[in-house]
Design a protein around this ligand. Structure first.
Ligand SMILES: [Zn+2]
Length: 77
């Protein structure tokens, strides 16, 4: 059977089973991969390639510098 492809919340590309990923929820961010921890795909949250997560946080921090602190992403602390 087919599983839903896990897609990166930053770039929209599929995240491979063996690729390092970061999952972000309201309460945590966690680095893992589907291969080492299949349960991560079922965590309700945003999934990122590890590299994309770092990029997304850089962007978020740049934006928050230009705006007020309320827009700071909670996932990038
Ligand atoms: Zn990505």
């Amino acid at each position: 059977m087919f599983y839903d492809v896990l897609r990166c919340a930053h770039c929209g590309e599929a995240i491979g089973v063996y690729e390092p990923l970061v999952v972000v929820t309201d309460v945590l961010s966690r680095e893992s991969s589907i291969a080492s921890d299949p349960a991560v795909r079922d965590i309700h949250g945003e999934h990122y390639h590890r590299g994309c997560y770092e990029t997304a946080c850089d962007v978020a921090l740049e934006r928050s510098d230009a705006r007020n602190a309320d827009n700071r992403s909670p996932s990038c602390q």
